[in-house]
Design a protein around this ligand. Sequence first.
Ligand code: PLP
Length: 420
Amino acid sequence: MTLSVTDHPVSVIGGAVTDAQTAAIRVENDHAARNYSPLPVVIAHGEGAWLTDIDGRRYLDCLAAYSAVNFGHSNPTLVATAKKQLDALTLTSRAFHNDQLGPFVTALAEYAGKDMVLPMNTGAEAVESAIKLARAWGYRVKGVAADQANIIVMGGNFHGRTVTIVSFSDDEDARADFGPFTPGFRTVAYGDAEALAAAIDENTVAVLVEPIQGEAGILIPPASYLPAVRELCTENNVLLIADEIQSGLGRTGTRFACDLVGVTADLYLLGKALGGGIVPVSAVVGNRDILGVLQPGQHGSTFGGNPLAAAVGAATIGLLIDGCLTDRARMLGDRLADRLHALRGRGVLEVRCVGLWAGIDIDPGLASGRTVCEMLMERGVLAKDTHGSTIRLAPPIVIEQGDLDWAVDQLEEVLAQLSA
Ligand SMILES: *Cc1c(COP(=O)(O)O)cnc(C)c1O
């Protein structure tokens, strides 16, 4: 599908940090806030699953910008759509209509099996929007007394970085010194339906859940969990909000991770891949009985639903609609799972795979996740650690099978090197 590892001499794949990279990193660090600690590689070009650094060395992208680049870098269909739209119209604000928003929300609603879409930009905005929607729905439809609504969230969640969202995070780094926090949230253990049942009361308006917890390390709950959550929500007239910002749109080998267990959410939160790796596009997708509570002036965004984002968003749905990419994620994922499971006991404690998405727990006695990622980088594989010793693999779904195998070979060799 795209360039593969065999198309290039091995000498131009990966490598140690060069003077040019060090200089470029220094320029960035001089004035960019240090809210990330990137691997020491400076990327200048991308095509398919492959990235090229400023020294012309190639790397296989096994992170895909946290699944925002599911369809590959410089995806020809998406880039052509964006270029065409750049020449036509990019922003009107929602003070006027634009000719791209209608087709986008129609395509997305149909794809999700819902009838309304609230377009926003970033994932965090989709989450914030859903919280506002659930509260307004609670007061206006469910009949909860003013300011009494509560929303139940899960331990270990990741939903973004705004003050309200970190208010219900249990990650100390994400919260420390950012208070005072937004009230109205209750945390229960992820995967524990009984704890959820005990936490729901008459003022509960929503349960906000990642069907698979991505940032937590690709944590997959028991198969009975989400169906039980669905049942509890239905019984108690509570909205089930599925944050599919990282798990949705093909990554898990299905449309949504909820589909893996046959669960339909009331609201789907989408982002990341929805923008095709080109522009930030997010959305809350649901039915009119919920999204219809919003009246003009009650919520908005200057850039949300802009024609460039809408054109790209419609094109991403166009790429997904025939199910081929989703099938590809599942097929490649099966292969990846087989290869990774074989690494258990060889420096790997545990492996969790779903679709083309894997969390690999490295034995902390062997090395940190960061060290493994740095060694992988030198071998031309870019991946990201999370929570100290877990490595996440989420390559673009367009990756060639041979390249995926090669990436696992590199991991295998890094582990062998560390064990020696
Ligand atoms: C990335 C992510 C978000 C936040 O998206 P941003 O675009 O970074 O604001 C929210 N929820 C989940 C599950 C995510 O993975």
